[in-house]
Design a protein around this ligand. Structure first.
Ligand SMILES: Cc1cc2nc3c(=O)[nH]c(=O)nc-3n(C[C@H](O)[C@H](O)[C@H](O)COP(=O)(O)OP(=O)(O)OC[C@H]3O[C@@H](n4cnc5c(N)ncnc54)[C@H](O)[C@@H]3O)c2cc1C
Length: 305
């Protein structure tokens, strides 16, 4: 395990952030932030207010060699240990530019629902696939998030990355997207993305959205803290179906439980801690391996640094 951040490193970072008036909070509980409502404490979480502050912060962290983890809404992440890694939150990066009749550029921290709503106001359709996915553009591009028969890559035109001190635009055809995967790498930094929508009838789309929400409420445990589907589907079988077939629905460790409504969800029934969630993930993986020879991979990102 890495050495914790030293006092000196923290002082340098503290000084830089204060000098640039960049918002940050010390000793922040990621359990407050994450959709699972569990998580480690980070020494510092930084909230850049715009893409320039985001870039400046990253350059400084690289210069002083402090490792960082970028998070959007943390709806797909379990923070187990944050000894040396600090957090950059993109929550405040939510500018949407309408650059033509049907194209937008959205900051990486825009929530998918914000984009969908803003587009519908202009009768632009195509983003409604995202109804019910509580993530941001950055997080969604990493896993090619999808629902309601669509994925974020469907309407994508290009992604802007921050690389070697410059923002570069990479067209969609240079990035591979497949089921819950993209070729975007662990250390790539997404600043913004360009999407192309279609002119359409917003009222009809709003009816579809109501149906999507109804379906989700009936099939997923939306009233409990969770991270959505925990495991990726295996080639042979859907993860939820496998977990259900093995009789693991309802399996509980401390405050973490395999949802009885949707077996690929692990819910926090109220008082789960990090170990409860992690141990339940491991138990499910072990059972699937031992009884069916299937190695389930987590869709959820696990941060243990
Ligand atoms: C109730 C619920 C329902 C869900 N339903 C669905 C669903 O139907 N379909 C689906 O696909 N997912 C679903 N999810 C999972 C999750 O919402 C998506 O994966 C979402 O896209 C994650 O976005 P985020 O901003 O929360 O990502 P985070 O959890 O914050 O981050 C996820 C990953 O993206 C990286 N990342 C984030 N921003 C950047 C950036 N700017 N640059 C580089 N890397 C970045 C992080 O470092 C991390 O590795 C659901 C989750 C919940 C809680």
């Amino acid at each position: 395990m890495s050495d914790p951040l030293s006092k000196k490193e923290l002082q340098i970072l503290d000084g830089f952030l204060k000098e640039r008036s960049i918002t940050f909070v010390k000793n922040y509980d990621m359990g407050e932030y994450s959709s699972w409502k569990v998580g480690a404490i980070t020494k510092i979480i930084i909230f850049p207010e715009n893409i320039n502050e985001f870039k400046e912060t990253i350059l400084k962290l690289k210069e002083i060699e402090i490792s960082f983890f970028i998070t959007g809404n943390a709806t797909n992440t379990l923070f187990i240990n944050l000894l040396r890694t600090i957090i950059i939150s993109t929550k405040r990066l939510k500018k949407i530019e309408f650059i033509s009749d049907n194209e937008i550029i959205a900051d990486c921290g825009c929530s998918l629902s914000l984009i969908s709503n803003r587009c519908l106001e202009r009768n632009l359709v195509g983003f409604e696939f995202s109804t019910g996915i509580p993530g941001t553009v950055g997080g969604a591009l990493i896993t090619n998030a999808g629902a309601n028969e669509g994925t974020i890559s469907d309407c994508l035109k290009s992604v802007f990355f921050f690389k070697d001190g410059k923002e570069i635009e990479v067209p969609k055809n240079k990035i591979e997207f497949s089921y819950r995967r993209s070729s975007i790498e662990k250390n790539d930094i997404i600043t913004r993305a360009k999407f192309k929508l279609n002119k359409g009838n917003a009222s009809l789309v709003k009816e579809k959205i109501t149906e999507y929400i109804k379906h989700r409420n009936n099939t997923q445990p939306v009233q409990y803290p969770s991270a959505g589907s925990v495991f990726m589907n295996d080639k042979q079988i859907e993860a939820g179906k496998l977990i259900e077939e093995l009789g693991l629905k309802g399996l509980t460790i401390g405050g973490a439980q395999v949802s009885t409504l949707h077996a690929n969800y692990i819910i926090n029934t109220g008082k789960a801690n990090i170990s409860d969630i992690k141990n339940l993930i491991d138990k499910i993986k072990n059972e699937c391996q031992r009884r069916r020879g299937i190695n389930l991979e987590t869709e959820v990102r696990i941060v243990d640094e």
